[in-house]
Write a protein that binds this ligand. Structure first.
Ligand code: GBH
Length: 494
């Protein structure tokens, strides 16, 4: 039964980890302080100030470079067990390369991890959350396979510096979104138009970089440090527009294979490599378009082997759902492109709420269905767990965020159903985001935080929203009280 009032019948198991998420470029600021080098987000936004909706950049952001102790207090107040954050590559390696290590940057993160641990909060650390060192982006970023070597060097430095404190590592945040939006849709810096070609080079090299770092940790660090390493994959849920129409069901499955399977299958399936459907589809499309080689690169046998099983758990980001039906000829697609290759029509149900801008539609069962899809597609999740590393909702501001409260209640309830009724092996959940931040192309116009940040105040003052109190209650009671905020606000709960 789906509960929407009172207290949830199910509770989160004792070993279930609650956390909050953030990313370096989105909150840190201090772009040129303490010896930090530039990432492409610094460089590109300085050169193209109108790239973001509000013409803002990340120079100061939420100024966590100076206010990190407040951040830790906020995290503590939620009662969560873990904090997912990322390291800015160029804060510790200003040139991107390991020939020069910036001690001030090293100290910043070391202090952060120590303070978190003092507060009994486990740091979960992403190595790459989209802030590619500018020198590397100048020769292609992830589309240049040489960057894999430099990413390995950077990861080794990070493991050496922090591996005594950090036991949960994530290599790359959302390679699917990062590659598609940087090289395909050109909505992430530096907005390169290489749709249908660059997007797959980037995806391919991101996967290889992940495997390289996983195997390096396994060999050089794991025996002593005993940590876990994984990757963060993102996916919408694809709901068949008409569940009784087999073509729509197939379209939804195709979407999931092209956008999530492409990244998940090489790592989590028994056979490894890209899913046969994805391989065949892109090969066929490439051939029809006159290419003499597939736009999707091939792995060698050794690479397939290195990738297979290269994760100790899965980090899964999920926000929204679309209705899918077949449509090979959508006129708005660029040719070639990931979306054209996918060949499905995506639309939102007009009944779904959209509290923020354009893309985030609220469909809570999508989370349960997505987790089940992952669990059922890859046997490995009988042994290794799934962590939801991001989930949350956007709006345009303020602290009375009832829509966000509802979003968390409803999505987390669906997660309870996935755990208790479907037996899915989900062991943790991280809300996106701890606080309002720099939302990439949206600048500061879109808000995701549990804490409100006043971006006009010099101190970037932080204030808990209703969703922070509500999340804190879920974390502490391990149940969802659908009336908690109503009671807190003295509203009628009947
Ligand atoms: C996450 O990506 C990121 O990891 C995180 O950094 C970010 O802050 C968070 O989302 C919230 O935005 O339809 O062309 O406008 C989530 C992936 C990002 C996928 C936005 C859909 C919309 C592209 N989503 N994207 S578009």
């Amino acid at each position: 039964p789906v509960v929407t009032s009172g207290v949830s019948n199910y509770s989160f198991p004792d070993d279930f980890i609650f956390g909050v998420s953030s990313a370096a470029f989105q909150i840190e600021g201090g772009w040129n302080e303490g010896g930090k080098g530039e990432s492409i987000w610094d460089t590109y936004l300085h050169d193209h100030p109108t790239f973001t909706l509000d013409h803002n950049n990340g120079d100061v952001a939420a100024d966590s470079y100076h206010h990190y102790m407040e951040d830790i207090e906020m995290i503590k107040s939620l009662g969560v067990q873990a904090y997912r954050m990322s390291i800015s590559w160029t804060r510790i390696l200003p040139n991107g390369t390991d020939n020069y290590i910036n001690q001030e940057g090293v100290k910043y993160y070391r202090t952060m991890f120590e303070e978190l641990l003092k507060a009994n909060i486990t740091p979960v650390v992403t190595l790459f959350h989209w802030d590619m060192p500018t020198p590397f982006m100048n020769f292609g970023g992830w589309t240049n396979a040489k960057v894999i070597d430099y990413f390995e060097d950077y990861a080794r430095v990070a493991f050496k510096l922090y591996g005594d404190l950090v036991k949960m590592w994530l290599t790359i945040n959302e390679p699917h979104e990062n590659c598609e939006s940087t090289y395909g849709l050109a909505v992430l810096a530096p907005a390169l138009n290489s749709h249908g070609v660059g997007v797959y080079l980037c995806t391919h090299n991101s996967l290889l970089a992940h495997a390289r770092v996983y195997r390096m940790y396994e060999k050089e660090f794991k025996p002593e440090q005993k940590g876990k390493v994984s990757i963060v994959l993102d996916s919408m849920w694809g709901e068949p527009k008409d569940p009784n129409n087999p073509e729509d069901v197939q379209a939804a499955e195709n979407y999931l294979q092209m956008h999530l399977g492409m990244l998940a299958h090489p790592i989590f399936s028994e056979e490894g490599d890209y899913p046969p459907f994805v391989r065949e589809r892109i090969n066929n499309m490439s051939r029809e378009q006159g290419y003499s080689r597939s736009r999707l690169p091939y792995f060698t046998d050794e690479e397939v082997k290195a990738l297979r099983g290269s994760a100790d758990f899965l980090g899964l980001n999920h926000y929204t759902t679309q209705l899918l039906s077949p449509s090979p000829m959508e006129p708005t697609w660029q040719v070639p492109s990931l979306y054209h290759d996918t060949g499905v029509k995506m639309e939102a149900d007009p009944l779904w709420r959209m509290p923020g801008p354009d893309w985030l539609f609220v469909y809570p069962p999508g989370l349960r269905k997505l987790v089940n899809w992952v669990q059922n597609n890859y046997k490995i999740f009988k042994e290794i767990p799934i962590f939801i590393t991001e989930n949350g909702s956007s709006d345009f501001g303020g602290t009375e965020d009832y829509e966000r409260v509802n979003y968390y209640n409803d999505y987390l309830y669906q997660l309870l159903l996935a755990i208790h009724e479907d037996g899915c092996n989900v062991k943790g959940y991280f809300s996106w985001s701890l606080m309002d931040d720099f939302e990439w192309t949206d600048g500061f116009t879109t808000k995701f935080g549990l804490f409100y940040v006043d971006f006009d105040s010099p101190n970037r003052t932080r204030t808990p929203k209703l969703s922070a109190y509500n999340y804190g209650n879920i974390v502490r009671t391990r149940r969802i009280d659908f009336d908690y905020i109503k009671r807190l606000k003295g509203l009628n709960t009947t």
